[in-house]
Design a protein around this ligand. Structure first.
Ligand SMILES: [Zn+2]
Length: 301
């Protein structure tokens, strides 16, 4: 009797998760909200050229130092109903949003991990190497930071983009598994290939856009950001990010013009779409890639 060539794996029931996985899941969620809280400070401080470690958190209006019990991620914002304790100035819901968002993103990145290769919840692409989880956390943090600075200031800080390229190259030497590479040299090589393809391809798009539309179609920060994504996640992630971010950008852009929220000429930051596409790659990208490649392959091969 012929064996089926593909065995469909049933979704993993929750009872199959060992206790340690639940404990680390709770830790990942909590850790994510703490990093989100730190990123909130960075989003405010980096464009204003303030140190991200000193002084302690303060209210930008009345300069009052924030007490530790008013600095607990998620809970403090809700407890104070989004206002400063001393001057009652409204604190942007962005603080709550970033803390919750990074918590969930860290949790999902952790859910990718298991000791045995197999089906992961939500169709997440599995990793069997725990060292990849903190690397993904770092990438996610950089992308969230770049996104929210871009929303508010229409720039992506060099600390995120150029810093990201340097970090990506260095970490690829230390954790070559990031590129499925066998050793540090090949890890560095694939990271460099990713960085060059990200930078080069989007730079080409930016130059073409300038020639065709006689105006700046894309900021150079976006070019550097895609270089950093390539350094961490490789050249396949670069192609995926370009396709998915332009799709997302077109859908949102056309919708905004249709509901007359924005005029066609108004400047919409592109960085957040790049960041969103790269995050989607971390969770599900390789599956989409394989499915697409399967479609492209002629039948019978
Ligand atoms: Zn205040």
């Amino acid at each position: 009797m012929d064996m089926p060539s593909e065995v469909l794996m049933p979704p993993l029931p929750l009872t199959d998760f060992p206790m340690w996985h639940f404990m680390f899941s709770a830790l990942a969620l909590t850790w994510g909200t703490c990093i989100g809280s730190f990123l909130n400070a960075c989003i405010y401080r980096i464009p204003n050229e303030l140190s991200v470690v000193h002084p302690r958190s303060f209210c930008p209006i009345c300069r009052m130092k924030v007490a530790w019990y008013d600095n607990i991620p998620v809970f403090s914002w809700m407890n104070l109903r989004g206002r400063c304790r001393s001057c009652r100035t409204f604190i942007s819901p962005r603080y709550l949003l970033v803390e919750c968002l990074v918590g969930v993103l860290f949790f999902l990145a952790w859910l990718k991990f298991d000791l045995v290769d197999g089906t992961r919840p939500l169709g997440l692409v599995a990793v069997c190497d725990w060292q990849l989880v903190p690397v993904y956390w770092l990438v996610i943090s950089g992308l969230v930071l770049g996104t929210f600075v871009d929303f508010e200031h229409l720039i992506i800080p060099d600390r995120v983009t150029l810093g990201g390229i340097a970090a990506g190259l260095t970490i690829s030497i230390m954790v070559p598994q990031l590129h499925n590479a066998a050793g540090p040299v090949t890890g560095l090589l694939w990271s460099a290939v990713g960085a060059v393809s990200g930078w080069g391809l989007l730079w080409g798009v930016a130059v073409m856009g300038r020639l065709m539309f006689k105006k700046e179609a894309m900021g150079f920060g976006d070019v550097k950001l895609l270089g950093a994504i390539g350094a961490f996640l490789g050249w396949r992630a670069v192609l995926f990010t370009i396709v998915i971010s332009s799709l997302l950008g077109s859908i949102v852009g056309i919708t905004l013009v249709l509901i007359r929220a924005r005029r066609l000429q108004s400047k919409i930051p592109y960085g957040p779409y790049i960041a969103l596409a790269a995050v989607l790659w971390i969770y599900w990208g390789p599956v989409v890639w394989q499915a697409y490649m399967g479609l492209m392959r002629p039948a019978g091969l």
